[in-house]
Design a protein around this ligand. Structure first.
Ligand SMILES: Cc1ncc(COP(=O)(O)O)c(C=O)c1O
Length: 458
């Protein structure tokens, strides 16, 4: 038998932290769980009528030598931590692409932590490997990626975009995987594309200068002629275009690039075609938005984040590829300490150890059904239409551009009251919490209408 330390720290009891195999503390653990349920329901969910931020003072983590009781810690979270959080549960919070999570995903997330399987390999997560594989194919089919599609869940859209660029690099120049030699590759995205593409170019060793940002129109959609001109210019300069992305739901205005046409250009120049639907992807559930997703079938890869517009508690994001083989070849990795005959997601992902986010996503889809997803997406479009009308009827406000999704961009028309000042006043008055992005050189206000009860103060 191993030797245990003689004396645990004063007041420290294993039974406070783990279930005793003799089950003597099972009721105490259950009761503690109920305390967490009360904390979440009463102090987090039921804060819809409370301020966006109650306390902005600094916090000190204060780690003690001697552990404290979990009940005391819950009390400290209630009184010290929660007041300092940004309250996404207030329906008038519309600042960024941060949704209030659907209830099942909150509890499911705790379940994921309790099970604590590891997506590294099949033997560490057999059921969740099957579940993730099937879900990736299910979403691939939803976007029309075809019968060979596959994918992997990631810790966010940035990581999915970075992975897509890595796959594209290795597809275009397979030698780069081993030798690290990369010749003259250039990638193309619109000026409205997310900054993760720059990060990606940095990570895959191509450098940000080799990401060409193409001009957009007033709504933020890529200008096709400019894309083609930029590609031709780069070829003349001795570069090799390898990657073109269309954005389905840009970060500031929610614009959707003409996916089909961008895809056709990508194919004409033998480039990998990626669709960044991190935000807008949920639009495939909406009949009125579906036509805008035509052309996704051309995509070699696609990013989608149910953690944004599908109300799944984060993290929940994915990269889907049209050809499973590209995922295998692109990562080209092995897990010598695992059974290589099985599907091991650790070989198909930049991450190794990873949470089983598939369980949360599966439970959410089961609970909502596809018709529930459609209803929620359509509802948020309707609520954002009310906000758009409110802006149009307000003499002191103007729309920045016609919305495509549930993102409304506006600014102050009052020369004596800047957009920045207006935003602060609305936050101080607990009226609306909007973000203040830079758009074509101007500070504007962005409302992302995600809360299913949004807009009560309009
Ligand atoms: C269009 C788009 N792509 C990618 C991302 C990055 O996603 P994440 O924040 O999950 O890394 C965002 C984030 O807002 C986005 O708007």
């Amino acid at each position: 038998m191993p030797e245990f330390p003689q004396n645990p720290p004063q007041k420290f009891s294993l039974d406070d932290h783990f279930l005793n195999p003799d089950r003597s503390n099972i009721e105490a653990i259950r009761k503690l769980g109920y305390q967490f349920v009360d904390l979440i329901v009463d102090s987090v969910l039921d804060s819809q009528n409370q301020s966006f931020v109650k306390d902005s003072s600094l916090f000190n983590i204060n780690i003690p030598k001697q552990g404290e009781s979990i009940l005391e810690i819950i009390q400290e979270v209630r009184s010290q931590i929660l007041p300092r959080t940004i309250n996404f549960h207030n329906p008038d919070y519309m600042g960024h692409m941060d949704s209030v999570p659907a209830m099942i995903t909150i509890w499911a997330d705790a379940l994921v932590s309790a099970i604590n399987n590891n997506m590294l390999s099949y033997e560490l997560a057999p059921i969740f490997t099957q579940m993730e594989a099937q879900l990736m194919q299910w979403f691939g089919n939803l976007f029309g990626l075809g019968s060979n599609c596959f994918g992997t869940m990631t810790a966010g859209g940035s990581l999915a975009n970075i992975s897509a660029l890595l796959l594209a690099r290795n597809w275009k120049q397979p030698q780069s995987r081993n030798s690290g030699n990369i010749n003259n590759l250039v990638a193309f995205v619109s000026e409205a594309a997310h900054t993760s593409f720059e990060k990606a170019m940095n990570v895959i060793g191509l450098g940000k200068e080799n990401l060409i940002r193409v001009a957009t129109n007033h709504r933020g959609e890529i200008i096709l002629e400019e894309l083609e001109l930029a590609i031709q210019k780069s070829i003349k300069a001795g570069k090799q275009p390898f990657f073109v992305a269309a954005i389905a739901g840009t970060t500031v205005t929610g614009a959707i690039d003409p996916i089909q046409a961008v895809g056709a250009i990508a194919k004409r120049y033998e480039c990998w075609f990626h669709v960044d639907a991190a935000y807008g992807g949920a639009g495939v559930f909406s009949p009125r938005l579906q036509p805008l997703f035509q052309g996704c079938n051309l995509a070699d890869s696609l990013t989608f984040n149910p953690q944004k517009w599908l109300w799944v508690a984060r993290t929940c994001a994915m990269l889907i590829v049209k050809e499973k083989q590209n995922l295998i070849d692109g990562f080209d990795s092995e897990l010598p300490y695992m059974d290589e005959q099985t599907l091991n997601f650790g070989n198909l992902n930049l991450q190794g150890t990873r949470r089983t986010d598939s369980l949360k996503l599966w439970m959410a889809l089961k609970a909502m059904g596809t018709s529930g997803c459609q209803y929620l997406v359509e509802r948020s479009l309707d609520l954002s239409e009310s906000l758009r009308q409110w802006v149009e009827l307000s003499p002191e406000l103007e729309l920045v551009c016609e919305p495509t999704l549930n993102i409304i961009c506006l600014k102050s028309q009052d020369p004596h009251f800047s957009t920045t000042k207006l935003r602060q006043q609305w936050i101080d008055d607990d009226k609306l919490w909007l973000s203040l992005p830079l758009w074509k050189g101007d500070r504007i206000l962005k409302a992302v209408v995600l809360h299913p009860y949004a807009g009560r103060s309009l």
